[in-house]
Ligand binder design. Structure first.
Ligand code: COA
Length: 313
């Protein structure tokens, strides 16, 4: 492996205009704001309009990331989109995005690793740069989770939201991504899935919760060990935003103070592959993240899939 570094040089995000609060959901199913907030930490989520697709959301986020990176779309040589809610079965969301960016060079493809999709995409992008196969990669997580929700199923409809987040990962002389780890185990395929007939999310919430806590806790510990890093050196944990109780359990497992955890699940709900880049962009724009900060990403999703990344911002 070469010593070439890859670094995030721009980020951007997009959230649809419509906000659905827990109080709004109380009017649709038998639930309450208090139940949702206490079990998940979610207060509200954004919902895309009927004619707004995951490509539309990805485009908004990508343009912002390009602007921050001070790159034109013509300088992008690879696009990876992580999504489980593509606009079409094919062409891929990444190719549709390439077209909306009015570029024809390079190559583009999607990754589906459910809620871990963005970390999988980052792992791939990092390796393309290390192998000198690409220089400026647009990596996007975009999801219209509302399209998979049965709004009469209180077990799932309260949890998810829509949105997109994008980063530009570029070849760099300075360290950026320090390491990535990804994994999967398909024996859990039925605990969190999209039903083939109804095309709605079906989930055994309680089982998913326990395995998510266990897997992500172990992963956080092994990511620190693998990199010879102590918890005191971490500036920020940016975990997949599914449930604040899962996130608190991971922070506790690695003895990380809650002040160092970026939390957006209250505002965004679970936006699947979009959640980490959305949280990253939120933290950057509210002034929390500073250049040089050491960040750990951690994700877990259907499959099950999981992944982590350690990086210097
Ligand atoms: N409002 C009110 N009550 C609800 C409800 C809702 N939205 N959803 C479920 N309930 C009820 C259940 O019917 C059950 O009632 P019962 O005891 O009368 O049968 C009770 O609440 C407890 O259900 P349970 O599923 O055991 O709750 P929980 O404490 O596990 O919380 C989740 C449910 C979904 C919030 C929690 O399991 C969770 O967050 N799981 C992980 C989900 C996730 O993150 N998925 C994505 C991973 S990427």
């Amino acid at each position: 492996m070469s010593n070439l570094h890859s670094k995030i040089i721009g980020c951007g995000s997009y959230l649809p205009e419509k906000i659905l609060t827990n109080y709004d959901i109380e009017k649709i199913v038998d639930t309450s704001h208090d139940w949702i907030f206490e079990r998940t930490g979610i207060v509200q989520r954004h919902i895309a309009s009927e004619n707004e697709s995951s490509v539309d959301m990805a485009l908004h986020a990508s343009l912002k990331a390009l602007s921050m990176a001070e790159l034109s779309a013509n300088e992008i040589d690879m696009i990876i989109v992580a999504t489980a809610t593509p606009e079409r079965k094919f062409p891929s969301t990444a190719v549709l995005l390439q077209n909306r960016l009015k570029i024809q060079q390079g190559f583009a493809f999607d990754i589906n690793a459910a809620c871990t999709g963005f970390v999988y995409a980052l792992d791939v992008a990092h390796k393309y740069i290390q192998n000198k196969a690409a220089k400026n990669i647009l990596v996007v997580g975009t999801e219209k989770m509302s399209s998979l929700l049965d709004c009469t199923d209180r077990n799932t409809c309260v949890l998810f939201g829509d949105g997109a987040g994008a980063i530009i990962l570029s070849e760099s002389n300075n360290p950026g991504i320090l390491s990535t780890t990804i994994g999967s185990d398909g024996s859990y395929k039925d605990l969190l899935t999209v039903d083939i007939d109804s095309e709605f999310i079906k989930m055994k919430g309680n089982d998913v919760f326990k395995i998510a806590v266990k897997t992500m806790g172990k992963l956080a510990v092994s990511t620190l060990q693998k990199n010879n890093i102590t918890i005191n050196e971490i500036d920020w944990l940016i975990p997949h935003q599914a449930n604040s109780r899962i996130i608190n359990a991971i922070a506790k497992k690695i003895s990380l103070s809650n002040e160092k955890v970026i939390l957006t699940v209250d505002k965004h709900g679970n936006t699947s592959a979009a959640s980490i880049p959305l949280a990253l962009d939120d933290a950057y724009h509210n002034g929390s993240l500073q250049e040089g900060d050491l960040i750990m990403f951690e994700a877990f999703g259907a499959g099950f899939t999981w992944g982590s990344a350690l990086l210097k911002f």
